[in-house]
Design a protein around this ligand. Structure first.
Ligand code: GAP
Length: 459
């Protein structure tokens, strides 16, 4: 089951502490969101699952965590200064601004209602609006030393290509993975955390020999769909789509977008691009020595050659790159949507339950003392909590508030896979009740077997 509307998800996210509008108490800022106590755990778990599958479980990928502030020359060479823009139109009547390619879905921020229905609208011709944010570096803000906030995480992977290959002796095919913030001054941020101005990306740049790129491209599309399924996104809601040639980004030879059926419609969850040798070529000194893509910009600034040597004929070449680029925030939205379930119960009531995969659940287990004022019960619950926490599988919570029914309801909505209740019987026979989120079945387990039960459950 999935949510029937975005409003259901927005409401659950606020109520249970997943996601809040940023700067809420001052009226909020469009396109910015804050992740609350549950959101930060879910987000970390999702990023950790990606990192594990990319870096730990493979032997051909290294990790990186590069700076967010970017020297302008990097984004000149990458083509972003010239091309990273959306078409913008102004309304001469009310001065509001809109994305020219999304007019039919745009609402007027001044008058309310859809722009299409506005009788007073008087739009200018479209003009390009560059989406990159600028800031000043250093104490003098006279425009001479500005930096961009990176609009995609990957450019610093390219600029560090030689550093990483020198430090690790990697030879192609191999990849560099990075997770981090990216910033885009979107003209019309919309649909909750789907299109925002500050977001996170999980990007892999996988370097391959030219000629083997089409095969690797297909490999990564299949791998990425498999990975989303392992995070609980059902295959029937994922649609790989070949991007039309006319729609390709300036660096791409071919791109497959993995589209997902979000509550507001089918849109891109992840893009997998064949970026050819465009980026390493653009950041390379003395490009003449390499036979590279004709679209590459002449480089008079770089000090480094970002090529590798062909081990057979000893000639140098610039590797091609396949880039699976996923949005953390969009991933989270898809996962929340897939997990959101309303179940009718026997007594004509219903419950909302987030059926998250246990490895993603913000809280792995809630330990609930049945009587919050009984010091023996509370002490035993704390001991169990600490022992399970020390197993290192994620956050375990001591839930010492409200009644047991309310606690179960709250943990169903947060997606906690198991609740462990400590009661008077525990003091007699050292057993606890374990309640399963999905089946709601309860079983009695001796607390000395609890660690083993818990580890088995999460593995
Ligand atoms: N390096 C390639 C790149 O950045 P992209 O298609 O522009 O490609 C990759 O972005 C992913 O980043 C998208 O599939 C999406 O998940 C996420 N993304 C892009 N813009 C976003 C935005 N404004 N808000 C939230 N996520 C965004």
């Amino acid at each position: 089951m999935t949510a029937t509307s975005m409003e259901e998800l927005v409401s659950l996210c606020k109520r249970r502490g997943f996601i809040f509008q940023s700067n809420d108490i001052y009226g909020g800022v469009k396109g910015l969101y804050d992740y609350g106590p549950m959101g930060v755990e879910l987000k970390n778990n999702l990023k950790q699952a990606w990192w594990k599958s990319m870096v730990y479980e493979r032997d051909d990928i290294e990790g990186l965590d590069a700076s967010i502030l970017s020297a302008p020359v990097v984004l000149q060479q990458s083509g972003h200064e010239d091309t990273f823009s959306d078409p913008l139109v102004d309304c001469k009547t009310c001065k509001a601004r809109f994305r020219a390619d999304q007019l039919e879905n745009s609402e007027c921020p001044k008058g309310g209602g859809f722009l299409a229905d506005c009788k007073l609208k008087d739009l200018t011709e479209p003009r390009p609006f560059n989406l990159m944010f600028k800031t000043a570096i250093g104490p003098v803000d006279d425009g001479s030393s500005f930096a961009y906030l990176r609009p995609e995480t990957c450019q610093q992977i390219f600029t560090n290509f030689k550093n990483v290959t020198d430090a690790t002796s990697r030879v192609v095919p191999f990849g560099i993975a990075q997770i981090g913030k990216a910033f885009r001054n979107e003209i019309t941020p919309r649909n909750f955390i789907f299109r925002v101005r500050e977001f996170e990306q999980m990007e892999l740049e996988f370097f391959v020999k030219p000629g083997s790129d089409d095969e690797w491209h297909k490999y990564w599309v299949d791998k990425r769909i498999e990975w989303w399924e392992a995070q609980g996104v059902s295959k029937k809601n994922l649609y790989p789509v070949d991007v039309e040639k006319s729609e390709l980004s300036h660096y791409s030879k071919a791109t497959v977008d993995i589209m997902y059926k979000f509550p507001h419609g089918k849109e891109e969850l992840e893009g997998i691009a064949n970026r050819t040798d465009f980026d390493l070529g653009s950041h390379t000194k003395n490009q003449k020595e390499f036979n590279i893509n004709s679209k590459v910009k002449k480089n008079e600034h770089s000090t480094t050659k970002l090529g590798v040597q062909n081990l057979e004929d000893k000639n140098s070449y610039i590797p091609f790159v396949i880039e699976p680029s996923a949005g953390v925030d969009r991933g989270l939205l898809a996962i929340l949507n897939e997990a959101y379930t309303i179940e009718n119960l026997e007594n004509e009531s219903s419950r909302t339950v987030l059926k998250l995969k246990p490895h993603l659940s913000p809280i792995k287990a809630a330990v609930i003392p049945l009587k919050k004022n009984n010091e023996h019960i509370v002490a035993k619950a704390k001991k169990i909590k600490n022992e399970l926490q020390n197993l290192g599988l994620g956050r375990v919570m001591l839930e010492n508030s409200g009644n047991i029914g309310k606690n179960y309801r709250r943990h169903d909505e947060i997606g906690t896979p198991i609740c462990i209740t400590v009661d008077f019987e525990t003091l007699d026979d050292d057993s606890v009740t374990i309640r399963d989120r999905d089946s709601m079945k309860q079983e009695r387990v001796s607390s000395k077997d609890l660690n083993q039960f818990y580890q088995k459950y999460f593995h």
